[in-house]
Design a binder for this molecule. Structure first.
Ligand code: XCC
Ligand code: SF4
Length: 630
């Protein structure tokens, strides 16, 4: 049976047919079994914040319950549910960042974790006001790590990275009293405020959610990105390939799936270990083939060129190929379904994080103290499993596309610099980018980010929107699973310039970049905040003045909810291709899609049709240009 959501992606369709033949179940079967989703949940009007409930508000005014037992209105319930998603997303990104800071704290010259980029260490330490003069890099790294850990729980003060934003923006945050304090405090306070019998004013709940989301974007996520760069190196442009065709028939295939580079970096090292490679060969394989998925896939492709097996939607399909010796996961975006699925094949499903023990998986705790040793043990398990592969069950789609990845802010600036040869402080100048936008050669920029969601056809919204934007001379930067959709569609190549308008094509040719720039994982959206802040500051403008937008065509996670909220709170419009669960409150929906603009100069747009979404984005960008008189 053809699942409607799939039509767009023939690679996946083949494997879905195979799943049916193999008698295994996938997300598409579960989606069918789910039938119509709960209408109350869909609209956000179901509250179970206390045991007097669940309370659900009738969507028809004057008919059925209009208030929860405690008297909460639909507006309050929707606002509280929304806010709790933002808290969940902020917690996930930030707890990941905390782990990275802990790893930096234990980094040492002779240990598994080293400081790979001393220059960036110095730069961030100086930015944070540490005395760097004549200090041993590791002493400085430890001092910086301790400072970062305090960002999560310090009793006083606000997030240090807020000062990266243009001054006008900081002032807006100050006036609204939404400058985030300690990250954990914002998450905790928001959970408190949305407890039964606490805040009921939707306006104020939204503002608290905005403050919490800023603790993600300009706090946890930014720490996650910058500290990963210090430990594992600043990403640079490099070639790779993407889609399930990167799985190799004659090699030991290992899929890395999840988020934290502290695990994946060690697995990369282990997979290169000569003894383990030798073992793989002794067992009849041609070698070890490490491939990535979701954000951890982005982390390792940006720093090592590790090939991308696919995005969120394809995690089950990778196992269904029958050629996957092991799936190694840590945290976030991992289907619990993988446990049962991998038992139908020879695949070892290895979970590693005490924060994400998955029933039915093989649990090998990843202990940072013995990082490389554990990583080798995990890779060895995969190799030993090669002999259990059932050749009769193997089907590897031959589809894959070339891609260039690794455009950190540093790398983008270096590329721009080559063209203009500007004599100014090379790290700080985004002048060439500013010039082409102001000259109208580029109309603007869009960050296309986020997940897959079976509510829309796999990757179709991502690809349709991106193509439409580059055709209209809007340069696109991508992260997360959106980046992988773009990679699979061949949009991260120099050749993709043929799909662009004249202006963007010219820029791509002169600078030597693809029209769609891979900027990393989802915490790396902080790189986008950094980049646009540099552009705004160079022009003495606020972020809300710039012809730039954020787009999440197929988002699904709470993290995406936090991202959308901090993007808007930072003054950048966010276009969502999947409508969040807020429509049960016309008032709250209006606050998001209208009222926010007055407060923070940006708002949400909900548009599920990708063509219409692209049109609205272009219109909004032109509106901003007109206001700037450019
Ligand atoms: Fe997860 Fe980060 Fe979404 Fe992909 S894009 S499905 S959150 S892996 Ni971040
Ligand atoms: Fe119902 Fe109020 Fe309890 Fe929510 S908090 S479940 S609306 S009584």
């Amino acid at each position: 049976m053809m699942h409607e959501a799939l039509e767009f992606d023939p690679t996946s369709t083949n494997l879905i047919d195979k799943a049916e033949r193999d008698g295994v179940e996938t997300i598409w079967d579960r989606k069918d079994a789910m039938k119509a989703p709960c209408g109350f949940g869909e609209k956000g009007v179901c509250c179970k914040n206390c045991a007097m409930g669940p309370c659900r508000i009738s969507p028809v005014a004057g008919k059925g319950a209009q208030l929860g037992l405690c008297g909460a209105t639909a507006d309050t319930i929707v606002a509280r549910n929304f806010a709790r998603s933002v808290a969940g997303g902020t917690a996930a990104h930030s707890d990941h960042a905390r782990d990275i800071a802990h790893v930096l704290l234990m980094a040492s010259e002779n240990g598994n974790y080293k400081v790979r980029d001393v220059e960036k260490l110095m730069r961030i330490a100086a930015e944070w006001g540490l005395d760097t003069e004549g200090k041993d890099p590791y002493d400085l790294a430890h001092e910086l790590a301790e400072r970062a850990l305090l960002e999560f729980g310090k009793p006083f003060g606000k997030q240090i990275f807020l000062s990266r934003a243009p001054e006008q923006r900081q002032k807006i945050w100050q006036e609204l009293n939404i400058e985030p304090r300690a990250i954990d405090r914002e998450v905790t306070t928001l959970m408190h405020s949305t407890h039964i019998g606490c805040a009921s004013d939707p306006e104020s709940i939204l503002e608290m959610a905005m403050r919490t989301s800023l603790a993600d974007g300009w706090g946890g996520s930014m720490i996650g990105t910058e500290f990963s760069d210090i430990l594992y190196g600043v990403p640079t442009a490099r070639g790779t390939e993407a889609n399930l065709g990167v799985i190799e028939e004659k090699m030991v295939n290992i899929l890395l799936h999840g988020h934290d580079p502290s695990l994946s970096e060690m697995i990369v090292l282990a997979a290169e270990d000569p003894e383990l490679v030798k073992l793989a060969k002794e067992l009849g394989a041609e070698g070890i083939n490490l491939v990535g998925m979701c954000c951890t896939g982005n982390e390792v492709t940006m720093r090592h060129g590790v090939r991308i097996a696919g995005n969120f939607y394809q995690q089950e399909l990778a196992v269904i190929t029958g050629a996957m010796e092991a799936v190694i996961v840590d945290v976030q975006c991992i289907f619990p379904a993988l446990a049962r699925l991998s038992q139908c094949y020879h695949t070892k499903f290895i979970s590693t994080s005490p924060k994400a023990k998955i029933e039915g998986s093989t649990y090998i705790e990843f202990n940072e103290e013995h990082a490389l040793e554990t990583a080798k043990q995990i890779v060895r398990e995969a190799i030993l499993n090669y002999k259990n592969r059932d050749q009769a069950k193997v089907l590897i789609p031959q589809t894959k596309n070339k891609a260039v990845v690794g455009y950190s802010v540093e790398t983008i600036i270096k590329h721009l610099d080559k063209v203009v040869n500007s004599q100014t402080d090379s790290f700080n100048t985004v002048k060439p980018l500013v010039d082409v936008i102001w000259a109208g050669v580029l109309r603007g920029a869009a960050g296309v980010v986020g997940c897959n969601n079976p509510k829309v056809k796999h990757d179709k919204s991502h690809v349709t929107i991106i193509k439409e934007l580059i055709k209209n001379d809007i340069i696109v930067v991508v992260t997360g699973c959106a980046a992988q959709a773009a990679a699979k569609a061949g949009l991260l190549t120099m050749e993709a310039k043929e799909l662009c308008g004249r202006g963007l094509r010219e820029v791509c040719e002169r600078v030597g970049i693809p029209p769609v720039l891979h900027m990393g994982s989802c915490v790396d959206i902080s790189r986008i905040l950094d980049l646009v802040s540099r552009v705004a500051k160079m022009k003495g403008l606020d972020l809300s003045d710039l012809p730039v937008v954020g787009v999440a065509p197929e988002w699904m996670s709470e993290k995406a909810m936090a991202i959308g909220t901090y993007v808007v709170t930072s003054g950048i419009d966010a276009f969502l291709g999947v409508t969040p669960h807020v429509t049960g409150s016309a008032r709250f929906t209006d606050m998001l899609t209208n009222g926010l603009e007055e407060k923070v100069g940006a708002k949400f747009f909900f548009e599920e049709d990708p063509e219409a979404c692209a049109e609205k984005i272009i219109a909004r960008i032109e509106e901003k240009r007109a206001k700037l008189g450019i």
